[in-house]
Design a protein around this ligand. Structure first.
Ligand SMILES: Cc1cc2nc3c(=O)[nH]c(=O)nc-3n(C[C@H](O)[C@H](O)[C@H](O)COP(=O)(O)OP(=O)(O)OC[C@H]3O[C@@H](n4cnc5c(N)ncnc54)[C@H](O)[C@@H]3O)c2cc1C
Length: 416
């Protein structure tokens, strides 16, 4: 296991750094206050799909230009084959690429379409589906959202009840999805629906995986406002929505198995590790300023130094877990329960790091943004991270579910 870069990888890293420095559009100012930044590959709350749909024409044009610059090198979807707009990069190089983009504080492009839907189509899609959907996604021209969860189906995903009934060469879909990240910015949705009606069959049978044009008649999308007053996700209602049978991925009734592959492509902490690194570096730099140093005064300290040292070690561990995952991928191994180890560790670290940061600011940690007379330290970044972190132990599968997976599939312990 190589924990650092080889010479070739170090050269590649330098070339990415140069590219980001030279190719990032000067006029593009990602919105740092959009508060849409729940996805792991977002840095400082930036969110490219929200910028793409921004009412600010310069920002929207900047988001398009950044996508075009990356797409010219196949770097929006670097792991995909070149014929679909990718760059055929190894998992390690793709990781280095994203690491450098994020380290430079620039937004990644088209996360869900690239990391979840694309690999799913490469394995399960028809030739027509791949040709239709992969190239525009790799150019940043087609944004995807994942419609799996429903009001009564989250951890218990097999309990979903959005129904699709076949009529000729179409499915007619009725039901509701919820917590769909960035669904209100999406062009297309990948959704799970129930097609089977045999009450005696196991619940995970009879589920089908569909690709749905988000502008189809009968779809209503309502953004959901979260604790920060932002709307990073939405609920989606389907009323007699007609979806061509040609948009089905895999066999009818076998969508559960397709979806399990989709979930295994979640990169399990690969993006968050950079986000944490950023946050901790900023925090340490702040504590070395005159204002920050006051917080380390013995009256405030209460073990803050050792707490920050612990966070530093944990961020290093999270980085090594990510490197280990990509090295395994390059060795042709499929992530199993290790993906849950990474996801669980990074989700809980997210919350610990946010708490440490908020503590380090003392009473200033209560400031959301502040004003000219009393600016919030680091523009309130850690207060925001704290709120952002609430969802961390839910969004990619809850901590309890990850522990169940590690215990049963990883350690071979009996189910509860
Ligand atoms: C910010 C955010 C973004 C999201 N984005 C998306 C998205 O883009 N697409 C999408 O489809 N979904 C999305 N989700 C939904 C997410 O997948 C679900 O929230 C998650 O699967 C948990 O489901 P639930 O909310 O229904 O909670 P529940 O499943 O109802 O869980 C409630 C509690 O019960 C516990 N629990 C449940 N079952 C067990 C068990 N068997 N053993 C032990 N404990 C258990 C859970 O751990 C949790 O603590 C998002 C959620 C969030 C918060």
């Amino acid at each position: 296991m190589n924990w650092g870069d080889t010479e070739e990888e170090a050269a590649f890293r330098r070339s990415v750094r140069r590219f980001v420095r030279d190719a990032f559009p000067a006029a593009y100012r990602p919105d740092p206050h959009a508060e849409n930044g729940l996805e792991p590959e977002d840095v400082r709350g930036y969110n490219w799909p929200a910028d793409l749909r921004s009412a600010d024409a310069t920002r929207a044009a900047g988001a398009r230009a950044w996508a075009a610059a990356l797409a010219r090198r196949g770097w929006i979807a670097p792991r995909w084959p070149r014929r679909y707009g990718g760059a055929d990069l190894s998992a390690t190089r793709a990781f280095i690429l994203h690491e450098e983009i994020m380290r430079a504080g620039k937004p990644a492009v088209n996360g869900l379409g690239v990391f979840l839907l694309g690999p799913t189509l490469l394995v399960h899609g028809t030739a027509v589906q791949k040709a239709e959907h992969l190239p525009p996604t790799a150019r940043g021209e087609r944004v995807w959202a994942q419609g799996f969860s429903e009001p009564e189906a989250g951890s218990d995903l097999a309990g979903l009840c959005t129904r699709a009934v076949r009529e000729g060469d179409q499915y007619v879909v009725n039901g509701q999805k919820v917590w769909t990240s960035l669904g209100h910015h999406a062009d297309w949705l990948f959704v799970l629906v129930r097609t089977g009606s045999d009450p005696g069959a196991p619940r995970h049978r009879g589920i089908t995986f569909l690709l749905v044009d988000a502008r189809s008649p009968g779809i209503t999308i309502r953004p959901i406002t979260d604790i920060r007053g932002a709307a990073p996700f939405c609920e989606i209602f389907f009323e007699d929505v007609r979806v061509p049978v040609a948009n089905r991925v895999g066999e009818e009734g076998m969508g559960w198995y397709v979806a399990m592959d989709t979930l295994s492509f979640e990169r399990a902490g690969l993006g968050t590790t950079i986000k944490f690194d950023h946050a901790l570096t900023d925090l340490i730099a702040y504590l070395k300023t005159e204002h920050g140093a006051e917080q380390l005064h013995p009256e405030w300290d209460h073990g803050l130094r050792s707490e920050i040292a612990r966070r530093y070690i944990e961020v290093r561990v999270s980085h090594q877990l990510a490197r280990y995952a990509v090295a395994r991928e390059d060795a042709g191994e499929v992530p199993g329960h290790e993906a849950s180890v990474n996801q669980l560790f990074s989700a809980e670290l997210h919350q610990r790091l946010a708490r440490t940061g908020a503590r380090a600011f003392g009473p200033h940690g209560l400031l959301w943004r502040g004003d000219e007379t009393q600016p919030a330290p680091l523009d309130g970044a850690f207060t925001h991270l704290w709120f952002d972190a609430v969802a961390a132990t839910f969004m990619g599968g809850t901590s309890e579910i990850q522990r169940n997976v590690i215990a049963t599939r990883g350690l071979g312990l009996p189910s509860a």
